[in-house]
Design a protein around this ligand. Structure first.
Ligand code: AMP
Ligand code: MG
Length: 403
């Protein structure tokens, strides 16, 4: 058996960054910028008012209350064609450009309209409620460095600089293939000995949640030929492939066999010192211009999810240019005993974590068998129990947070 860290390092070392492409902002959520973003235009593009009110010459209001002549109205979106002369004011709406002559805005709440005049109750200081051109982003300034993970606000900022597209590292297109003669799709009656294919919907969803494009490759039976044909087709259209099942020590576990053939030289069949998710087959299949990592995840539903978390997710994130590859971890108090037996492995216990009384608390999410997907679904964390006898009630435990 090899430690989790060693398996992870081997996987990460074999995965290469995906190419860069320029995408419309609407397609770039969650992707990583491949260029620094520089503002070609200042933001805001012109001096404008932050309030509805009156644009004034502040000196005219020093002796407030004062009456000023209203020389016009400026709505947001209009050009500042009216000039504010001495003794004058311009009615102005939030976002409208400051008219020439004015140096401040009086909020409408501090005024009273009186025919073609306005009474200003409070003196304004120069610059009051004026948003300056370039105050948020000066033209030419670097707004975000290359390597920024684009969240909704980033897309808004980039749009505010006038750009419609951005160079990013490509979203990984990742195929999911289930293997196993026993698998049946939901909806159809179950023949004797059959079970439902639950790994495929789970892995497809995990991929989408991780910002990848998920490609449903269906399922194939436990035959070398079927797996070979499916994998060969998969690597032609995908940046990476996940399979589930067929990597253990059973008589019909052919995924590892086929992977050794297709990914000659790089394929590894690892026994990782972790529970669940001990077996992992991994290799990079070369095709024109690219190496396609194939993750042979274990078949048990909890194992395939955990293996995805430990190995596939960090690798796919790295391929997409991310540098933060790991889920966050917290230290929690065990609200009940989290017992285990020594076996040389790291145990990942499905737990429910909450935050109360200034600390995190963890308790078991339910049945911990690797076929018991419900506890994994209910859990929002994996407690890391090092080899030994576990953690007593009230003891401290490190938890990897799942989202
Ligand atoms: P294997 O690694 O192929 O020996 O599979 C280990 C266990 O996981 C067996 O009990 C399989 O029936 C089960 N299994 C394999 N693939 C799936 C799947 N796609 N959905 C649900 N269970 C599966
Ligand atoms: Mg199988």
């Amino acid at each position: 058996m090899i430690p989790v860290e060693e398996a992870r390092t081997a996987v990460l070392a074999a995965c290469r960054p995906l190419p860069v492409e320029t995408l419309a902002l609407g397609d770039a959520l969650g992707l990583v910028t491949a260029e620094p973003v520089v503002a070609p235009e200042p933001v805001p593009p012109f001096d404008n008012t932050a309030m509805d009110g009156y644009a004034v010459r502040s000196a005219d209001t020093a002796a407030a209350p004062v009456r000023l002549r209203v020389a016009g109205t400026l709505a947001a979106g209009s050009a500042p064609e009216v000039v504010v002369g001495a003794g004058e004011a311009v009615r102005i709406m939030t976002g409208a450009p400051m008219p020439p002559g004015a140096d401040a805005v009086v909020m409408v709440e501090y005024t009273e309209a009186a025919g073609d005049k306005v009474e200003v109750h409070h003196a304004a200081l120069p610059g009051d409620h004026v948003r300056r051109a370039g105050e948020d982003l000066p033209a030419g300034e670097e707004v975000f460095p290359a390597g920024t993970v684009l969240r909704p606000g980033h897309l808004g900022v980039i749009a505010s600089t006038g750009r419609a597209a951005i160079a990013v590292r490509r979203r990984a297109r990742v195929g999911v293939l289930s293997t196993g003669d026993e698998l049946a799709d939901p909806g159809a009656p179950l023949a004797p000995g059959r079970i439902r294919d639950s790994n495929r919907p789970t892995l497809l969803a995990l991929l989408r949640q991780s910002g990848c494009e998920a490609v449903d490759l269906g399922r194939c039976g436990d035959s070398e030929d079927a797996i070979r044909t499916a994998l060969k087709a998969a690597v032609e259209r995908c940046d990476a492939v996940l399979t589930s099942g067929g990597v253990s020590v059973g008589d019909f576990d052919y995924v590892k066999v086929v992977l050794e053939e297709l990914a000659a030289g790089t394929a590894r069949w690892m026994q990782v010192a972790v529970r669940p998710a001990k077996p992992l087959a991994f290799g990079v299949v070369e095709r024109a211009g690219a190496g396609v990592p194939v993750f042979g995840l274990p078949g048990n539903p909890v194992s395939s999810m955990v293996s995805f978390e430990l190995f596939a997710r960090p690798a796919l994130l790295a391929m997409m240019g991310h540098t933060v590859l790991d889920r966050p971890r917290v230290e929690a108090v065990a609200d009940e005993p989290l017992a285990r037996r020594p076996d040389g492995k790291l145990h990942l216990v499905r737990v429910v974590v909450d935050y109360a009384g200034s600390r995190h608390h963890a308790r078991s999410a339910g049945g911990q068998g690797s076929h018991m997907l419900r506890a994994m679904a209910t859990a929002n964390g994996l407690a890391l129990l090092a080899d030994g006898t576990g953690v007593e009630q009230g003891g401290s435990v490190e938890v990897m947070l799942l989202s």
